[in-house]
Design a binder for this molecule. Structure first.
Ligand SMILES: *Cc1c(COP(=O)(O)O)cnc(C)c1O
Length: 421
């Protein structure tokens, strides 16, 4: 459920007229709904009620500080995957002890940054990382709380680019090797083992892979405890999928997911941590764009938008489907027609949809890409020297620009021409 609905023949974000935002900000822009972000966070929080838990938002999905602040004020922790994300979370007001550090390639500098600024735990992904972490922590006279990310060799049944829990993926250590790695961790200075971490992929639309993975984590918890380790926290990752189209079967609800967690690991008495990203931000954001031209091609009509693959790369990168809806509500009974919906970037890959049935649209019409809140703005680039797309946050009847659109000078002045040229 989200808060982007037609009212009086026009699309609104909560109580904000989207056409008003377009007039104030220009197009294209991302627009997020505070009420939707809040609701999605609360669904997870409620799904884990009755268990000691923390929802650590995977901020790589949408990392604007206004979004982080919104979630942090509700009690969310953050899952970060880089020093930049760590700094952003801190800047948004998230305390270090609510920040979890994930990722396969943490550098010494990033490890030092997190140890100095405070950290809830590192999710360690390899033995070399474990050794560097020990070295850096010991040199600083600090102790790094850790979980080891285990790779359960489970097929998440999602797009290959976002599956992370199969043995051929680069993530985590093979679960069969876990006892060995925990034994090494326990013997290293500057390391405190506190739990286990697992994350098997993104946009999961079936709970069965979670069930398999969490059963393996439960077994491992008992083995590691028998080996003498303290396992008091289980980080179960993120990955729950969202509906990208309203006609598809709906993916499992956070409440079903919470029940699964209770069933598989609830008896272990561990604190439960989850790291959802997409389900919190995905349907809480849209990308609004304007039709520049309607172009008649050979046997097809193109809608050429002012938004492009650099603004929303998911269709080009993952063959992702996004509902695209006109901001002016189509009249009842109007005949739909097929369009190829494209951006102005000089690549054929800059195609959002082919043969998409839409009501007739004219130059200047506004359209909204639904479910664009996660892995949208964060993956945007300035390819073709197109300004980074701005972000806007709506709350009730107010809206605010939370990332401005850079002007050309701002973009161009980042380059430096060497004096010898
Ligand atoms: C990307 C990622 C997540 C979030 O995945 P979603 O599909 O957005 O929920 C959580 N944990 C880790 C370690 C990740 O890499």
């Amino acid at each position: 459920m989200d808060h982007f609905l037609y009212r009086d023949g026009e699309l609104f974000a909560e109580d904000v007229r989207i056409a008003d935002v377009a007039a104030a900000v220009g197009t294209p822009f991302y627009l997020y709904s505070t009420a939707t972000l809040t609701r999605h966070y609360q669904l997870f929080d409620e799904a884990l009620s009755g268990m000691d838990h923390m929802v650590c938002y995977a901020m790589k999905a949408a990392s604007n500080q206004a979004i982080l602040r919104t979630l942090a004020e509700l009690g969310a922790g953050m899952d970060v995957v880089s020093g930049g994300e760590y700094a952003r979370a801190k800047a948004a007001g998230v305390p270090g002890d609510k920040i979890v550090f994930s990722g396969v390639g943490k550098t010494r500098a990033e490890i030092r940054q997190a140890l100095e600024g405070g950290i809830r735990q590192f999710n360690v992904e390899s033995e070399p990382e474990l050794r560097i972490l020990s070295e850096v922590a010991a040199a600083l006279g600090k102790t790094a709380p850790i979980t080891v990310r285990v790779n359960p060799d489970v097929d998440a049944k999602t797009h290959e680019k976002i599956a992370t829990g199969k043995s051929e993926n680069k993530f985590g250590i093979p679960i069969a090797k876990a006892r060995e790695v925990y034994a090494e961790a326990a013997a290293l200075p500057g390391i405190e083992v506190i739990g286990i971490d697992v994350h098997i992929g993104s946009q999961l639309t079936d709970l069965a892979p979670y069930e398999l993975a969490y059963q393996k984590v439960a077994e491992l918890t008992e083995q590691l405890r028998a080996d003498g380790h303290t396992i008091k926290r289980l980080d179960l990752g993120g990955g729950l999928g969202i509906p990208y189209t309203r006609s598809n079967e709906a993916p499992p609800l956070p409440s079903d997911y919470g029940a699964l967690i209770k069933r598989t690991v609830g008896h272990l008495g561990c604190e439960i941590e989850i790291e959802p990203g997409r389900l919190i931000a995905g349907n809480a954001g849209i990308l609004v764009s304007r039709v520049i031209y309607v172009k008649q091609g050979e046997g097809r009509q193109f809608l050429i938008l002012d938004g492009a693959m650099n603004d929303l790369i998911r269709p080009a990168m993952y063959d992702a489907y996004h509902d695209i809806v006109p901001v002016v509500e189509p009249e009842a009974g109007i005949e739909y027609q097929p369009y190829d919906i494209v951006g102005p970037v000089c690549e054929s890959g800059d195609t959002f949809a082919k043969n998409r049935m839409m009501p007739p649209l004219k130059d200047g019409a506004l359209v909204a890409f639904r479910s664009a809140g996660a892995y949208g703005a964060v993956m945007a680039s300035e390819y073709n020297t197109r300004p980074l797309v701005p972000e806007v946050l709506a709350k009730g009847d107010q809206f605010a620009v939370i990332r401005h659109r850079p002007d050309f000078d701002e973009i161009i002045n980042r380059d430096t021409i060497p004096p010898w040229l």
